[in-house]
Design a protein around this ligand. Structure first.
Ligand code: ADE
Length: 230
């Protein structure tokens, strides 16, 4: 069982993603438990303030240290986290290997930034890992957190029906996935490669491997490992 708590500024953004399809199934099977916590409930004063101007001036607000610290400490009191992850464009870029590692943990806290980010002192004091989902800037960390939970959730052992399915994903062996086809075998004159209809398992596997290799060499040579021919 993997428990993921998400500390969010706009919790509404996370209402949809976890109640469908594979992640819902993971929750039903008690393999994944996602909880969204509204940072505003830890806000200061009548208006539940959570952000303020940046010292030194400049446009954009910064999430204040105190509401974040109060929230993190309250959640920590319920049990220690394996990692406290801040979603930020200046973090380590998410890849399959990182998703694999995180899917084996049992308790994670994800912190979603907003505006200009969170007070640096929270990063120093609590955050153990910083993750970006790509080189572009989102308006907040919530959608990045949803992407991270999806990538991790489907890798938890037992979540996917076909146990081997996650193993044949693109990136799982530093290779992109081969092309796939389903019925009909002839669609608008476009035919499925004969080999896939042959029933010859070893040949099909070799064909898929070659297709993966070719596709990776042309599209993403940067992810190929040395022994695979580059
Ligand atoms: N917050 C804003 N942009 C982000 C990104 N690219 N990855 C993770 N968190 C973010």
């Amino acid at each position: 069982m993997l428990e993921i708590d998400i500390l969010a500024v706009v919790p509404g953004l996370l209402e949809g993603p976890f109640s469908h399809s594979i992640l819902q199934r993971a929750a039903d099977k008690n393999l994944l438990k996602v909880r969204v916590i509204d940072l505003r409930t830890f806000g200061i004063g009548t208006y539940h303030q959570i952000d303020d101007n940046a010292f030194g001036g400049g446009a954009g607000m910064v999430l204040m240290a105190q509401p974040l610290a109060d929230a993190i400490r309250k959640l920590q009191a319920e049990g220690a986290y394996d990692e406290i992850i801040y979603l930020t464009p200046d973090g380590t870029t998410l890849n399959q290997s990182l998703a694999n590692k995180l899917s084996l943990r049992s308790r994670l806290l994800l912190i979603c930034g907003h505006y200009k980010g969170i007070d640096e002192r929270i990063r120093q004091k609590f955050v153990t890992m910083e993750i970006s989902i790509g080189d572009y800037v989102l308006s907040g960390g919530e959608l990045a957190a949803a992407v991270l939970v999806d990538a991790i959730g489907r890798l938890i052992p037992g979540v996917l029906n076909d146990g081997s399915s996650a193993l044949t994903d693109s990136f799982q062996d530093d290779m992109l996935a081969p092309p796939v086809y389903t019925r009909p075998a002839d669609w608008e004159g476009m035919k499925v490669p004969d080999i896939l209809l042959s029933g010859h398992e070893a040949k099909i596997e070799e064909w898929r491997y070659q297709q993966s290799l070719q596709r990776t060499m042309t599209r993403r040579p940067d992810i190929l490992k040395d022994e695979e021919g580059i």
